[in-house]
Design a protein around this ligand. Structure first.
Ligand code: GDP
Ligand code: IMO
Ligand code: MG
Length: 428
């Protein structure tokens, strides 16, 4: 069963896109199974930069079939813009398909997301304002509009009208905003339906058959464990399950068909948006990481919050995901630091030392990181391709992470370009 799942283990932006791109060279299928265009996955191929939001990063290899499965929320406008951008960059997108079961982001979802954040003031989550949360809410409330509905004018009209009764009441009475008319939306979305009809297909049967036939099937996660709706820092999370478990419901693949579970973590940590983050740095070290690592969001352009690696949080992430293979990215960004800190435990608000993650977001905000300090290295490591050639202290840093987590690192990424990797072990 050659199945591979790539998930983020921190707060997103670990470099999942780059890792998916590498693995896609040998994959027959590349499947996105959760999230939407809140994601931003940047891949460098030579001098060319590609940013994927909704499409699987595997589209860049032009080999495997790319599927946006049922668990993803799809903004058709964003989808078509992304297709146009990629085609203008010379790529083919004929092999990209959307599940008929995938839920559709409507303009009123984006409005709701935006108004709610405004309304929440200081308590806002810091969402990407792409309508992700409101679309998943409608799905769970059983009033959502699915890709298949775009192909049926009568059903689409009825559903939009029903939804707008509630949404318009909220816009008018709670948010003091203008209401929206169903006709404009209907016309626009029927047009999307016509343009996308040839891409809207059933996907779960095909994916399962491909696995049964021994094809290489790769699942690309968006976001990450610390943004997971259940196991992240709730409510400062996204509205889906960016876990390996998320594949089962997000693509219709049973757990006993999932084999290689790859977790991606930066050699340090970052976060975009609000919420507790114990190892966040507010000093010049954090500033240096941001500058050297170019830590600015690919979707919203916001500067990312930066800090040291948090092994307590990482262990929690590896446990929930059952990670079998670890990837450490951006090790090159840590070159030149005299010492590198790693958080191995927390001191709680009442002085206790703990080495496990908490479900209390309010308490987590009060925890202080307890660090071990490891010696840094001075060398530029961006051209190194074998683990033995890394400076001794960089090797020791990787070994320290492996020992703490009890999981082997199979790949170390030392630069943004597709080929800047140290492969410790062949996967397939
Ligand atoms: P994703 O959302 O997990 O796919 O990650 P993003 O693409 O949002 O953010 C990762 C950023 O780091 C991108 O700009 C990548 O080009 C870049 N990147 C990935 N791996 C490395 C690496 O090993 N070193 C450096 N310097 N940059 C990297
Ligand atoms: P990738 O796939 C980093 C964050 C937002 C916000 C929270 C909720 O590139 O790793 P949402 O719009 O999802 O309701 O916002 O989640 N967030 C991300 N942060 N990388 C991402 O995706 C993210 N997707 C959502 O900043 O804090
Ligand atoms: Mg990203």
């Amino acid at each position: 069963m050659p199945t591979f799942v790539v998930v983020g283990l921190q707060w997103g932006d670990e470099g999942k896109g780059k890792i998916t791109d590498i693995l896609s060279a040998k994959s027959d299928y590349i499947v996105r199974y959760q999230g939407g265009n809140n994601a931003g996955h940047t891949v460098y191929v030579g001098e060319n930069k590609f940013v994927l939001h909704l499409l699987p990063s595997g589209v860049l290899q032009d080999k495997g079939k790319c599927i946006i499965a049922n668990g993803v929320v799809v903004d058709p406008k964003a989808f078509m813009e992304e297709i146009d951008t990629l085609e203008s960059q010379g790529l083919s997108t004929d092999h990209v398909f959307i599940s008929r079961r995938a839920h559709i982001i409507m303009p009123y979802h984006i409005m709701l997301d935006t108004y709610r954040e405004e309304f929440a003031g200081k308590g806002q989550i810091g969402t990407t304002k792409r309508g992700i949360g409101p679309c998943y809410e409608d799905k769970i409330s059983r009033v959502g509009i699915r890709a298949i509905d775009l192909l049926n004018p009568d059903i689409l009209e009825e559903k939009i009208k029903e939804n707008l009764k509630v949404k318009n009441a909220l816009f008018e009475k709670l948010f003091d905003k203008p209401t929206v008319d169903y006709k404009d939306i209907l016309e626009q979305y029927l047009e999307y339906g016509k343009k996308l009809a040839h891409r809207i297909v059933d996907t779960e049967l095909e994916i399962n058959q491909a696995i049964d036939e021994g094809k290489n099937v790769l699942f690309e996660g968006a976001q990450a464990l610390m943004l997971d709706i259940d196991f992240g820092t709730y409510p400062y999370v996204t509205s889906s399950s960016p876990t390996t478990g998320g594949v089962t419901v997000g693509a219709g693949v049973p757990p006993n068909k999932l084999e290689t579970l790859i977790g991606v973590s930066k050699a340090y940590s970052t976060r975009v948006g609000n919420g507790p983050y114990p190892t966040e740095l507010f000093d010049e070290v954090g500033e240096q990481i941001r500058k050297v690592g170019h830590e600015f969001g690919a979707t919203t352009g916001r500067p990312r919050r930066c800090g040291w690696l948090d092994l307590v949080a990482l262990k929690h992430a590896c446990m929930i995901n059952g990670i079998t293979h670890l990837v450490i990215t951006k090790l090159d960004v840590l070159s030149k630091f005299k010492n590198i800190k790693v958080c191995t435990a927390y001191e709680t608000e009442d002085g206790k030392v703990i080495d496990y993650f908490t479900s209390s977001t309010t308490k987590l905000a009060l925890y202080k990181p307890i660090y071990e300090e490891l010696p840094g290295w001075d060398e530029d490591i961006t051209k190194i391709s074998s683990f033995d050639e890394l400076p001794q202290n960089a090797q020791s840093y990787i070994h320290f992470i492996e020992k703490y987590l009890g999981i082997e690192v199979y790949l170390v990424s030392v630069g943004p370009e597709r080929t800047q990797n140290i492969l410790k072990k062949e996967l397939f």
